[in-house]
Design a protein around this ligand. Structure first.
Ligand code: GLN
Length: 258
């Protein structure tokens, strides 16, 4: 690995798609790189600015209300083919909630309007209407990255196509739709999730998986990631799990009035 490795973290629409602290995901990745002597830069990718898989190493998009999703949808369609091609080649990315929904084929909002997605994940999201309960609360998920904990707040229900891998299985909370027990989606190193919070600071294994994939892609398989002292991350994770165990429904719970 280069004597002074350098990673660029691309953040899509940071001024628009950033709900419930999702910006913390970019901060967590940067800090976890720097703690290992890896220089890291967060590169905002706004409306009208290109996504170039050669100039960034990890791609993030956060959550957003329906109106923010409508605001970025046309621009995201422009970027869609390059993002999809990057995902097919194993590019590491994290899409959270509203951003996750737009990384599927479409999001049908509460009015029935179709907001087009870019099809990174083989799935679609449908909002059941304003009279339906939102999926709100703390959430715990079992995943290939171990136990994940966070917070969810979404009206849309996401349905994975047969063969589309979820990120994990819901232990407490609602997840993709509160019915089938799935949470998020995964395609190679592309990860989608409903976990806000932000998700990466209290789930360091997930953060490090994205960093390791970016290092391998840029510096080859020899790139290794030394462990960090994650005592505070572990405390935050444990607190989130305790809260979920106290407040969130066991998997497959119905939604609650917002
Ligand atoms: N607007 C979307 C929904 O309500 C996503 C919300 C979010 O990003 N928290 O389902």
């Amino acid at each position: 690995m280069s004597d002074r490795p350098f990673l660029r973290i691309g953040y899509l629409y940071p001024d628009v798609m950033n709900l419930y602290g999702d910006r913390g995901n970019a901060i967590a990745l940067k800090r976890r790189c720097e703690a290992r002597g890896i220089e890291a830069e967060v590169v905002p990718i706004g409306l009208g600015e290109p996504f170039d898989a050669r100039s960034v190493d990890i791609l993030l998009i956060g959550g957003g209300q329906d109106r923010e999703q409508r605001r970025v949808a046309a621009d995201l369609q422009e970027k869609g083919p390059t993002i999809r091609a990057a995902a097919e080649e194993g590019f590491p990315m994290l899409a959270v909630c509203g951003g996750f929904q737009l990384f599927g084929h479409r999001y049908v909002d509460h009015t029935g309007e179709v907001i087009p997605g870019i099809g990174v994940f083989d799935m679609e999201t449908r909002h059941p209407g304003l009279r339906a309960d939102r999926c709100i609360g703390d959430i715990v998920v079992e995943s290939p990255f171990g136990e994940l904990a966070g917070f969810e707040n979404h009206g849309g229900r996401t349905y994975l196509a047969p063969g589309q891998e979820p990120l994990g299985r819901v232990v407490r909370g609602f997840g993709n739709n509160g019915e089938d027990g799935t949470e998020g989606a995964r395609r190679g190193n592309a990860i989608g999730t409903y976990l806000h919070g932000s998700v990466l600071p209290k789930n360091p294994v997930l953060a490090d998986a994205l960093i390791a994939a970016a290092l391998r892609r840029r510096y080859g398989d020899s790139a290794e990631l030394p462990p960090l002292d994650d005592r505070y991350e572990a405390m935050a994770h444990a607190a989130a799990v305790r809260t979920a165990e106290r407040r969130a429904r066991p998997a497959r719970g119905a939604g609650r009035r917002a």
